[in-house]
Design a protein around this ligand. Sequence first.
Ligand code: ACO
Length: 323
Amino acid sequence: MRMRIIGTGSYVPGRTVTNDDLAKIVETSDEWIRTRTGIGSRHISDGPGTAFMAAEAAKKAMESAGVEPEDIDLILVGTTTADHCFPSTACEVQGMLGAVRAVGYDISAACSGFIFALNTADALMKSGACRTALIIGADNLSKIVDWTDRSTCVLFGDGAGAVVAQGCESEEAGLMAMNMGSDGRKASVLECQSRTMGNFLTEKGPELGYITMEGQEVFKFAVKKVPECILKALADSGEDIEEIKYFVLHQANYRICESIAKRLKVPMDRIPMNIERYGNTSGATIPVLLDELNREGKLTPGDKLMLAGFGAGLTWGASLIRW
Ligand code: ACO
């Protein structure tokens, strides 16, 4: 059985924050941000959290797939910014949607979260554990960004993207190859220390952690690992790179995608980008971009798409799908 995407949806908060807006709170400029990252603006939530955004994206994906909440038997949410320690975002989304037959849990792989969730759903579907899955990437990074740190705060935005996937017997469509990886030895180059309260045995009081990042290390890691996992998925499936219509890549930095394109010898017109409008929405970037391509009518049955991303952990992964 192959897992096939049958619907997509996305949601971003209404409030748009431009580079010029940020230049009023930290020492930066539209020119610096655009040249180094390709970002022009991002959507920042002034209230609604990760579960709300995830549920809104999910509703649109279910509508586009033509399925009802009762049809869903698995909800996976790739997120690192759950609104609470528990319950999971997936359980909150389940409650909001009334998807009473589903089992739901979150997958923590930072910006690789959606890819990890998609690949996990495929494995569960192949095992027979589920048939109709809601797979979501959602993050509310603005609440863990240090808004006084210009080297990180200009990069991120909030949002959610979702797909509905279903098992199908046909070999003509669905997930054709996938792989994932992680390397905890490099964890410190991109992290957000936990928001702990301490306990009666520790001296520690409450701690608030923000995103910290060694930007150039992340850059080097991404441009090495993403092409590697893409080439592995191609080799495993026996597909030729020329057969891939679009490379739907994690939107962290325009220059990272350009470097990946160069390494793969693929022109940029096969690497769709929307970072200019959203910034890096972490687990949401890939499903939001996929939803845009779908709604713009750019995907036709039989198209081969390579989804690939990287993130904190460090983590990386790819999913080769036939639309
Ligand atoms: N505005 C103006 N100047 C800035 C800003 C800013 N927003 N941020 C940093 N600078 C300054 C620095 O202070 C530094 O100044 P200095 O030379 O006087 O010390 C100078 O710009 C250069 O800083 P670098 O960090 O060397 O800039 P770099 O060219 O590496 O660009 C960037 C930084 C954009 C973060 C880049 O390294 C990058 O994109 N790395 C990958 C990051 C990434 O993708 N993160 C993903 C996050 S999570 C995820 O998706 C996995």
